[in-house]
Write a protein that binds this ligand. Sequence first.
Ligand code: ATP
Length: 190
Amino acid sequence: MVVGLIGGIGSGKSTIAKALQLRGYAVYDTDSRAKEIIVSDAKIREDIIGLLGEDAYQGNVYQSQVVAQKVFADRSLLAKLNAIIHPAVREDIVRWSKHYEDKICIVECAILYTSGIYRLCDKIIAVDAPENIRLQRAMDRDNTSVSKVRARMRAQEDELRMQQADVVVNNDGKLSINDICEKILQSING
Ligand code: ATP
């Protein structure tokens, strides 16, 4: 069973995903895995260079800043880049989850909807917290400014489809991460 775990910046989805992993659940960290695929998959690399040019990579290092500058200046390039990366990540998730057969497989992903990964999920859990708390957490964690975090929040707006989730858990600090994990597991098993 594939369970999607989504939440806006600073909601705490990575913290919750790690806590579930410590309890022995299989967790797929989409962001890190996508970064690995971008570097290790020769076809993906070739397609990205074809789209964005040789400077998308320096040796084995993906030049994410260079790429970000190119694709944010031209939205059609972003769509094309996503069309290269997202299907590869979806295929990777399908392969990964097959190892676990009927067990619970948790896919942590900030862009569950844009990437189409939501279509692979049997259940979707959304992690939420009030905006001011998310803002403060992200600023503290990344040592960054209000405006930078707000810009990332705006870029993610389309992903915050709480009504599409099967369960929304509130990680505003009132419940412990342990209790939130319990709630999630109950809702998955229930
Ligand atoms: P992003 O999408 O930016 O990666 P995220 O949803 O994965 O964000 P986390 O990285 O898990 O968020 O959490 C953001 C910060 O908030 C981290 O420093 C984490 O330790 C902290 N945090 C998460 N949950 C809580 C909580 N319940 N109480 C206090 N701090 C928390």
